[in-house]
Ligand binder design. Structure first.
Ligand code: SF4
Length: 352
């Protein structure tokens, strides 16, 4: 296969050009796992402080396994996609309970852990244990689509499988770890989404997109996610001791396990304003003050959020939520999602 001929160039390019990052200096599967989970959907510069903070707090897998879920979520606060943190916590418990804290050392075994997909399993198996298994993440799929000139939708399982099978034929047995790192780094630094720098690319002489001048047409990605619009109305309620009513979200779903003010959500439609007014009317809330209004975007949801100060705490009974009254210091320690953090500066929580 002609692509094999450029692999030594790719490895040399990586040795010269790669960024020095702490998770590239370790062979510890736990530390590699932490970095890979943090870096999913997160830029390197954004993920770096989280990586350091996470390992400071939970230096060993046993520290993570015995932690409370709220401690794990608190370290993850602001990173989004909180299911990642909850799954890591679960997987750490599994490894400690069923394997005496020894991390599994093969791709197939690692893949069976909660929240670990084929990409992360391949990253851990190849970086920590040098298993010859390709890592196929978004960057790698883009490089492969252009390298091979493939115009299938890169968001499909078929494209993932095609890429995986192709890379298996070119990944070198002696250095699968360097190969995988090199492919991902090439996607980050050279074969970027816009204006790939083909002149310096070690794959160029075998690249179909470069040969045909199709770099800007590849990869093909068909957008499927429909973004829905919703309104969320948060209620700021204080008891006579100055404590604020908080609630913990259910552990499954968006922002699972995180804390927030009691709220109600309405899908955005032409009747939304009437429905919101009716909701407040039914609760018997007459005196409410709008303190803040924030917009927030999730991958599948556009949120318009409102923070209302409400003086009558008896309305909580009608909301059917499990309420926890919290003082200032306690609120600080609650793991909160980004939208809630945007509202924090708007209220002055009295300590008592
Ligand atoms: S030659 Fe250009 S398009 Fe092809 S892999 Fe390299 S950077 Fe990407």
């Amino acid at each position: 296969m002609e692509e094999e001929g450029v692999i030594p160039k790719l490895l040399t390019w990586y040795e010269i050009n790669h960024r020095l990052l702490p998770w590239r200096e370790t062979k510890n599967p736990y530390e590699i796992w932490v970095s890979e989970m943090i870096l999913q959907q997160t830029r390197v510069d954004q993920g770096l402080p989280y990586y350091k903070r996470f390992l400071d707090k939970f230096p060993q897998i046993t520290d993570l396994a015995v932690a409370e879920e709220t401690e794990v979520l608190a370290v993850w606060q602001g990173l989004g996609y909180y299911a990642r943190a909850r799954n890591m916590h679960k997987a750490a418990k599994t490894i400690c309970n069923e394997r005496s804290g020894i991390f599994p050392d093969t791709f197939e075994e690692i893949k069976r852990l909660p929240g670990i997909g084929p990409y992360t399993a391949a990253a851990i198996a190849s970086f920590a244990f040098k298993e010859k298994v390709p890592c196929v993440d978004g960057n790698v799929k883009r490089v492969v689509a252009r390298w091979k000139g493939w115009s299938d939708d890169i968001g499909t399982a078929r494209f993932f499988n095609l890429s995986f099978d192709f890379l298996e034929t070119v990944i070198p047995g002696a250095s699968p770890d360097v190969f995988n790192q090199a492919m991902m780094e090439l996607g980050s630094l050279v074969c970027t989404p816009h204006s790939p720098n083909c002149r310096v690319c070690p794959l160029m002489e075998t690249c179909e997109a470069a040969r045909l001048g199709k770099q800007s047409e590849l990869p093909v990605k068909i957008k499927k996610t429909k973004v829905s619009k919703v309104q969320i109305h948060y209620l700021l309620l204080r008891n006579p001791d100055g404590e604020v009513a908080f609630t913990q979200r259910p552990s499954n779903g968006v922002w699972g396990g995180l804390y927030e003010l009691p709220s109600v959500e309405f899908p955005e439609s032409k009747n939304t304003t009437a429905r919101v007014n009716l909701f407040f009317e039914n609760l018997g809330i007459e005196n409410k003050v709008l303190i803040a209004n924030e917009s927030h975007l999730l991958s599948h949801k556009k949120i318009e959020a409102f923070l209302w100060k409400v003086s009558d705490i008896s309305v909580l009974e009608d909301l059917g939520l499990k309420i926890q009254w919290a003082k200032k210091e306690q609120i600080k320690s609650f793991p909160k999602h980004k939208l809630m953090l945007k509202f924090v500066p708007y209220w002055d929580v009295k300590s008592s």
